[in-house]
Structures are given as C-alpha cells and as structure tokens.
Design a protein around this ligand. Sequence first.
Ligand code: HEC
Length: 124
Amino acid sequence: MAGTRRYWYRKRLVLTGDDMRRKIIYIVPLLLAFTACGGGNDKTPEPKGDAAGRKLYSSKCSSCHGSDGKQGVGGAKDLSVSTLTMDQRIQIITNGKGMMPGYASVMSGEEIQAVAEYTATLKK
Ligand code: HEC
C-alpha cells in the first residue's frame, strides 16, 4: 500500500512540470482572448448584422452617426439607444428625416433593409 502511495506522489511530481507547461500553453491564448474582449469596450461593437449592411453603414452613415451610432453630428439621433422598429428605420433611411437625407435614390430596397438591420445591432 505504502509503496503504491509513494509511487503515486512521485508520478504526480513528475507530471507537474509537464502539466504546468501544458496549462500555460492553454492559458496564454485564453488571456489574450480576454484582454482582446476587455479592450473591445471602446472599440466598435462586433457587429452581428450582415456584412453588407455594415459596409453601407460605414460608408454612408457613420459620418453623422459615428461607427458606434452615438456620434450625433448635426443632431443625428443616437442609434445605440434608438427604439424604432425595423419598419420605422427603413422608413427614415428611405425618405430621410429633418437633417438626414433619404437614400431611396442611392440604395436598393435590399441595401436599405441591410443597413436598417445593421443599425439595430448598434443597440446596447
Ligand atoms: C447628414 C447626416 C446624416 C447621415 C449621413 C445619416 N443620418 Fe441618420 N439621422 C440624422 C439625423 C439628423 C437624424 C435625426 C432626424 C430627426 O429625428 O429629426 C437621423 C436619424 C436616424 C434614424 C432614426 C433614429 C431614431 O431613433 O429616431 C435612423 C434609424 C438613422 N438616422 C439611420 C441612418 C442610416 C442607416 C444612415 C446611412 C444610410 C444615416 N442615418 C445617415 C443624420 C444623418
């Protein structure tokens, strides 16, 4: 019994060095992933929306609304707190409102839909 026990301890000790190394190999990328996410707060939120919508948004909308929707140039509404429905968003993007131009002649219905869906992903 005692012999088995000593053997068990020795085996454990031998394993520890290897184990640690193996753990470090797993922990380092994990830490990197965490810091990447943690630092992501002041960056653009990772968009869940369609890539086309995101592209349209950054080329046509972010000048006023900002990449996170909060910029508010010329009274542009903060899209991260907007409570509009999808239909209302599409309506405003299509026809414009106040200082915001309409995009009916610039984008197809599909593109307007895509960018409207993207604006919904800016909501916190
Ligand atoms: C020239 C600046 C400007 C640009 C470019 C612009 N907007 Fe706007 N946007 C505004 C302004 C100003 C308002 C507020 C209109 C109002 O209510 O009087 C607004 C409002 C909105 C709203 C309504 C938000 C709410 O809660 O009332 C949505 C949605 C919106 N914009 C989406 C977009 C999208 C999508 C694009 C790109 C296709 C875009 N905007 C481009 C200025 C802009």
